[in-house]
Ligand binder design. Structure first.
Ligand SMILES: Cc1cc2nc3c(=O)[nH]c(=O)nc-3n(C[C@H](O)[C@H](O)[C@H](O)COP(=O)(O)O)c2cc1C
Ligand SMILES: *[C@@H]1O[C@H](CO)[C@@H](O)[C@H](O)[C@H]1NC(C)=O
Ligand SMILES: *[C@@H]1O[C@H](CO)[C@@H](O)[C@H](O)[C@H]1NC(C)=O
Length: 453
């Protein structure tokens, strides 16, 4: 007996309640506490961070650490990266009773995704994509959806989108950027392509890219005809983006911490959130920036929030808080209100768009500085080697990819043999020194945390 599944539009209307305002999947950043906050401020639908399908299916520890939810946390889409149909199915079956759809990440452009052959590096492997999507469509009780990037040739993007829908995808999120548009090459997303995909397929489409202000949401819906708009960076800097509110940074930060008291949240997720919320004022209150990079407990985070509140309230009282519009349409918003961040334009290659683009990599956020995984360093590894992901042989953390002893950093530190391995000889490594100086250094980068975007 085969169950008749709802069509894409039935699924969007009933399960997703015709969601228009969508919080993007974000590694370590669209965690449960953040979803609760975002929903309070107008998000209709949230995605979990991307989970690594194989680790998720194999490790209870990984699942418990990465995925928490509750009955109120709906509608919810759980996202995986994968490159094997059976593994993806195994992972998806573990969540199908706790969410409304399972999404396949075909957009991740990072080096680690190239090494692991997933995310946007599957854009050429249509056969594999078809097999993954159709297996989930056939075997899951809930729909499968895909989040894609675009090709330079819009006709190819359309053909690609249709292929995924034919395989069973019941909804597509189109991030209107090419695989190459990442880091300082992020540039603008192409809404025209999103529009043409929307016109070409028979399932709902979410548009993703170029959302900085509340006003952009409606503009994007109008331009693309998409059924919903997904925001990542804009939501991180202003979690109330969908509501149109510009609230004081301290209020938003405190509300988030209050939620974290109810829903235990990892320090390595809290810290980058606070760095982003406070971004507009931390270059003024640089001492607080330093503090924020060091502290570890909710109580300590709260002290920082309260101190910033004291200072910023004082400033707000004595300063006119007018919002003005610049010539290029961007807004001047007082530094104590939640607002988008613009990456300063780089004086680099001519072929690049000169427009201001929101930062994608947060390179200057202390919070995100960490020792790169070895497979992220192109100089050290000019030729891709076979990826050896897996769990630490001493504990249940994720092992560092290149450690010959298959250890994680914590276990390595305790063990002199492993300490000397190329991967974990962190005392000699320059980047490791930066990590130790600027972060709490207690987090082993996992396959997932390294895979943002
Ligand atoms: C911190 C961060 C983490 C991200 N993690 C993911 C992820 O896990 N899965 C995914 O499909 N995209 C991820 N992305 C990409 C976003 O979902 C989104 O496609 C991209 O940022 C463009 O949207 P924006 O212009 O609203 O930021 C991430 C982006 C950021 C900034
Ligand atoms: C895409 O296809 C349409 C219709 O088949 C055609 O008119 C158009 O020229 C094509 N565009 C490109 C960029 O190839
Ligand atoms: C140290 O690591 C090596 C290699 O993984 C292992 O063989 C050894 O048992 C470890 N020693 C301790 C004390 O954990």
């Amino acid at each position: 007996m085969t169950i008749q599944k709802p069509t894409g539009f039935e699924f969007w209307e009933k399960s997703l309640k015709s969601a228009k305002y969508v919080v993007a999947p974000m590694v370590d950043q669209s965690e449960e506490a953040w979803r609760v906050l975002s929903r309070r401020y107008g998000a209709d639908l949230c995605y979990t961070p991307m989970f690594h399908a194989r680790l998720f299916s194999e490790s209870q520890h990984y699942r418990d650490e990465q995925f928490t939810t509750s009955p109120q946390d709906r509608p919810l889409v759980v996202q995986f990266c994968a490159n094997d149909p059976e593994t993806l199915l195994k992972a998806a079956l573990l969540v199908q009773d706790k969410c409304d759809a399972v999404d396949l990440n075909i957009g991740c452009p990072q080096h680690i995704a190239k090494r692991g052959h997933y995310g946007s590096f599957l854009m050429e492997d249509w056969d594999l994509l078809k097999r993954m999507v159709s297996l989930l469509h056939k075997e899951l009780s809930i729909p499968v959806t895909c989040k894609i990037r675009i090709f330079p040739d819009v006709n190819k993007t359309i053909e690609y989108a249709k292929m995924l829908v034919d395989a069973g995808a019941q909804l597509l999120t189109v991030h209107g950027r090419l695989r190459e548009q990442k880091g300082h090459k992020t540039g603008l997303a192409d809404w025209e392509q999103i529009k043409l995909v929307r016109e070409a397929v028979s399932v709902p489409v979410f548009a993703n890219g170029n959302i900085l202000y509340h006003e952009d949401v409606q503009k994007c819906l109008d331009y693309t005809g998409a059924n919903g708009v997904m925001s990542a960076e804009g939501n991180l800097y202003n979690p109330a983006l969908f509501s149109g509110k510009l609230l004081p940074v301290w209020q938003m930060a405190q509300e988030y911490l209050d939620i974290c008291k109810e829903i235990p949240t990892k320090t390595h997720m809290i810290r980058p959130h606070l760095f982003k919320i406070f971004r507009p004022c931390l270059h003024i209150h640089t001492d607080m920036r330093e503090q924020l990079g060091k502290v570890k407990t909710i109580e300590e985070f709260e002290k920082i929030v309260q101190e910033l509140k004291r200072r910023l309230e004082e400033t707000a009282k004595n300063t006119p808080s007018e919002i003005t519009t610049n010539e290029d349409g961007t807004l001047n918003i007082p530094h104590w209100l939640c607002q988008p961040y613009f990456r300063p334009p780089l004086p680099e290659p001519k072929s690049e768009p000169t427009v201001k683009a929101p930062e994608a990599a947060n390179e200057d956020d202390q919070s995100l500085k960490r020792k790169p995984l070895d497979n992220e360093s192109p100089k050290k590894n000019p030729k891709p080697k076979k990826i050896r992901e897996g769990l630490c042989s001493h504990c249940k953390n994720v092992a560092s990819v290149k450690c010959p002893f298959q250890s994680c950093k914590q276990c390595c530190r305790k063990n002199e043999t492993c300490h000397q391995c190329e991967t974990h000889n962190y005392k000699k490594s320059k980047s490791a020194k930066i990590t130790e100086a600027t972060s709490n250094g207690d987090e082993e980068p996992t396959a997932a945390t390294a895979a943002a975007v």
